[in-house]
Design a protein around this ligand. Structure first.
Ligand SMILES: [Zn+2]
Length: 277
């Protein structure tokens, strides 16, 4: 453990030194300030940010470039690093994305985005529990991103493990995993109820999509501020599924988000507390 920590520290320090060296050498050869970016502002967009629909389009176009091998790899140079150190990410990042920790889902790459473009939350099974909801609230209300994507993915190991456990094929789990994956159980249960007798691989496929809707429902239940942002048009919440075998993001119907929001608004169990100061 001590060895791992010291190696980890060495790596972090080395990376910092490399980054600082790059910044200093760039700054000494470029005396002008990095150009500020100007986004087109429409509708309820904040601080010169793209509107929710424009931000979704940016993500869709980025994924298209990624899939077709035409990525631009934007905002990855030393100028962007210097800019990131000097400016507020809240003036730049255009999306919040919550997705799985799975190594096959590298968020910035699949949307052909770079530094200070996407506020990312990653957790096994892209579940929305209290810490994740808080991180999303930060992304929407403080980083001012006009869109939140709840991004599930094909072949999700977390959804597969929960399905196995609920169909009697599970095995013992480490002590912190059950409280993590309990958020996925309602999604698997819904799939088992709706498709009785379906092959396990189909149950998992349905449950992966249900788990996205479950995450959106949990978020709305927990977060009055997110409900307000969506109701007044300042932000959109969209569900999507990333295919780990093709690189394609499948966008789920936006109408469903609004019908979930409507259900949650009618629920006496939703959280109503306002912002804590
Ligand atoms: Zn996963």
């Amino acid at each position: 453990m001590g060895f791992c920590l010291s190696v980890g520290r060495y790596l972090v320090v080395s990376l910092l030194i490399i980054t600082m060296t790059m910044s200093v050498s760039w700054a000494s050869s470029h005396h002008e300030e990095p150009a500020k970016e100007h986004h087109v502002s429409h509708g309820s967009a904040k601080k010169g940010k793209p509107s929710p629909d424009e931000a979704i389009k940016m993500l869709q176009q980025g994924n298209k470039r990624f899939v077709t091998g035409e990525s631009h790899h934007p905002h990855m140079d030393s100028a962007r690093i210097i800019q990131a150190g000097r400016e507020d990410q809240g003036d730049h990042a255009y999306a919040t994305v919550i997705t799985c920790s799975d190594s096959r889902v590298p968020v910035e790459l699949i949307f052909d985005a770079g530094i200070m473009d996407i506020f990312v939350i990653r957790v096994a099974g892209n579940v929305v529990d209290v810490d994740e909801a808080g991180s999303i609230e930060y992304g929407l209300s403080h980083v001012n991103t006009p869109v939140l994507v709840v991004l599930g993915h094909t072949q999700c190991g977390a959804v597969t493990a929960v399905t196995a456990a609920m169909t009697g094929h599970g095995h013992a789990l480490e002590c912190n995993i059950p409280p993590l994956v309990d958020n996925i159980q309602p999604a698997v249960q819904k799939s088992l109820d709706e498709y009785p007798g379906a092959p396990t691989r189909d149950i998992i496929r349905f449950a992966i999509e249900e788990n996205v809707w479950q995450g959106i429902r949990e978020l709305f239940m927990r977060s009055p501020s997110t409900r307000e942002l969506v109701k007044n048009g300042q932000a959109k919440v969209v569900g999507a599924i990333y295919n780990v075998g093709t690189g394609k993001v499948k966008w789920l119907p936006e109408d469903k988000t609004f019908s979930i929001l409507k259900d949650v608004e009618a629920s006496p169990e939703k959280t109503n507390a306002t912002a804590v100061h």
